[in-house]
Design a protein around this ligand. Structure first.
Ligand code: FMN
Length: 241
């Protein structure tokens, strides 16, 4: 089982999202998966130019030459795609969206009705694979992820692939600060690892396991107060310089 992981945080392995992604990858490897990680920040992926050569003049091949040339091959070899990215202004970071947009050559320009909706057929040979999301955000409430989850669901349906679910960590920066201050989050990391084992062994992740990853780390009022105190502290230390 080959897993293609797209790490879309500009902070890569040092990001808050990676705190959840890393044990998730470990769990997938525990279950025997072969995992390859690619960092959007290190890849040259130009934005789609929208002139549709990939559907008309050179069907299946993009007019642009960059790292998508070989990333398409990596995608073709994989059995599961993991998109790991922070929540940026209620959605997916732009460079990750560029990557997803550039997968358009995998479809055809014709339209078919699939599951009651207009869709572009997937090009012959473009085997579909399940998709998993790993994300973290700054705010407290889990529903900040709703627009991103709606997008991931829509994209998965669009490319005729099952969306297997999401590992979501709200209060990402606070989670990291508490971890660095010595608060143990072994239960959260164990749940992320367990989700990795589950997805490879069963093709699913239990809602109990996913819920454990997203669990609150403190009451909301304490979160807001501590966050604002920290911001005031940083601003004061910067102005003293
Ligand atoms: C440009 C930008 C936009 C962001 N937008 C949101 C947002 O809409 N909602 C939210 O809860 N957090 C938002 N955040 C906070 C990040 O999602 C959060 O810090 C996340 O844990 C960063 O993950 P990373 O360290 O893996 O990059 C934003 C951060 C940045 C830099």
């Amino acid at each position: 089982m080959k897993v293609l992981v797209i790490n879309g945080s500009p902070l890569m392995d040092n990001g808050n999202t990676a705190l959840i992604l890393t044990p998730f990858i470990d769990g997938m490897k525990d279950a025997g998966a072969e995992v390859e990680v690619f960092y959007i920040k290190k890849l040259k992926i130009k934005p789609c130019e929208g002139e549709l050569s990939c559907w008309l003049r050179t069907p299946g091949t993009c007019i642009l030459r960059d790292d998508m040339d070989w990333m398409m091959g990596k995608l073709a070899e994989s059995n599961i795609i993991v998109i790991s990215a922070p929540l940026y202004v209620d959605g997916i970071p732009g460079p990750v969206k560029n990557f997803i947009d550039r997968l358009i050559p995998r479809g055809n320009m014709t339209i078919e009705i699939r599951d009651g909706r207009c869709r572009h057929p997937i090009r012959e040979g473009s085997r579909q694979r399940p998709i998993v999301l790993v994300s973290s955000c700054g705010f407290y409430e889990l529903d900040h992820f709703d627009p991103l989850l709606a997008y991931m669901n829509a994209w998965s349906r669009n490319v005729n692939s099952p969306f297997l679910g999401a590992l979501l960590r709200p209060t990402g920066p606070m989670f990291r600060a508490m971890l660095e201050a010595g608060v143990p989050f072994d239960d959260v990391f164990q749940a992320a690892r367990e989700a990795g084992r589950q997805v490879i062994a069963t093709g699913q992740m239990s809602s109990k396991t996913l819920g454990a990853i997203s669990r609150p780390v403190m009451p909301r009022e304490d979160f807001v107060r501590m966050h604002n105190e920290k911001v005031a502290e940083i601003l004061e230390s910067l102005s003293a310089k």
